[in-house]
Ligand binder design. Sequence first.
Ligand code: SAH
Ligand code: SF4
Ligand code: F3S
Length: 435
Amino acid sequence: MTEAKKLFIKTYGCQMNVYDSERMAESLGTKGYVATDTVEDADMVLINTCHIREKASEKLFSDLGRLRPAKEANPNLKVAVAGCVAQAEGAEILRRMPLVDLVVGPQSYHRLPEMEAKVQRGERAIDTEFPPEDKFDHLPERKAMRGPSAFLTVQEGCDKFCAFCVVPYTRGSEVSRPPERLLAEARNLAARGVRELTLLGQNVNAYRADGYGLARLIRELSQVEGILRLRYMTSHPNDMEDDLIAAHGDCPQLMPYLHLPVQSGSDRILKAMNRKHTAADYLRVLDRIRAARPDILLTSDFIVGFPGETDADFEATLALIRKVNYGMAYSFKYSARPGTPAAEKPDVNSDVADARLQELQALLGAQQRAGQQAMVGQEVDVLYEKAGRQPGQMVGKSQHLHAVHVDDPSGKVGELARVRITDAKSNSLGGRRVG
Ligand code: SAH
Ligand code: SF4
Ligand code: F3S
């Protein structure tokens, strides 16, 4: 028997990339690869990249630079680049970086086994097509899962073309996977111990296939035996349809958590961003969701320093944040991306944008801390994901996706425990089991 080959994967970017990395590992598993967490003993290093901001894509080139000694030490080491930078700059990567053997885009990674064979013959391989076949039909079945919570990609691509964003170019147009395939994958995952599914899509609430929308898909997935919890991300405000809002009110498996990015609170900037909604439209959607599910925890993404953003525009964003009171949010300094319409426009002064980002993050941080503090004394349900560092402790997530450390010497991974929150730390909650 030949010795297993070792695969080291580094993943950047969104949850979709996390899911894709798992599936690429499974795909290369058919060629005898097993995972390793050290570059030194790897036979292949695969970097799954993100193109969303300049800093994210630059990481690829610094990583590749750092791989040089490993490649010199082991000339048989194969270096593969996947993900959104591969899609956007694949040919350029091969040209600039002689140590790269393989480049594969997010829609072609089911072809990895053949590409790997080519690389083993000493050739270089590139595939950044949007192939006609569905990659999911050509991937091996899901294998043993790492924990009770898993991602399930239900939709890919984006047709929204926000003026700042590369995703419609790197991931292509919106495609939804057929519901029966998703139900089969969910049953398979549940049989392997998965209790919580997070449905992924670049624009997940635009899910449409065979007469299903996202709400109907959620309702059917909630009937899969063993699946106790469902979440989804990321959504666009314009696709929050009535039946999905209703599901938040009457589907107990659907967790009271919604990531609904708004990017800015200024109508002028929203228009320039091509978001196709106003701040008031967004707030109306949130009002309806809160009416359906009063305890829902809301999160968002924000961009500061979008071209043309004035102090008044920024103030409007702060005002929106004060109105909504977010449980958590991500915020970014605008980064001009090649090929996007906004990149043609002059940037806001960099120091001004930095100062705005700090102010915005201070406000969001205060809201997050207050929200966590308010949990103290309340009871939550925690899905145990692993044993904690302290003996007798379990760690998991509440329905609001708060990380909770629970004193529970008899707790088991995959269990759903009733927990009383006793303290709030900066990034997690502590509690004891009450049921
Ligand atoms: N499909 C999701 C996620 C897009 S990428 C959505 O529509 O929300 C995640 C976040 O990155 C975006 O919500 C946005 O806040 C941020 N982002 C995207 N492009 C960016 C850019 N050019 N500069 C800074 N932040 C950006
Ligand atoms: Fe990018 Fe906008 Fe599509 Fe989100 S909705 S992926 S921000 S283009
Ligand atoms: Fe990044 Fe591509 Fe995801 S650009 S955020 S890895 S879709």
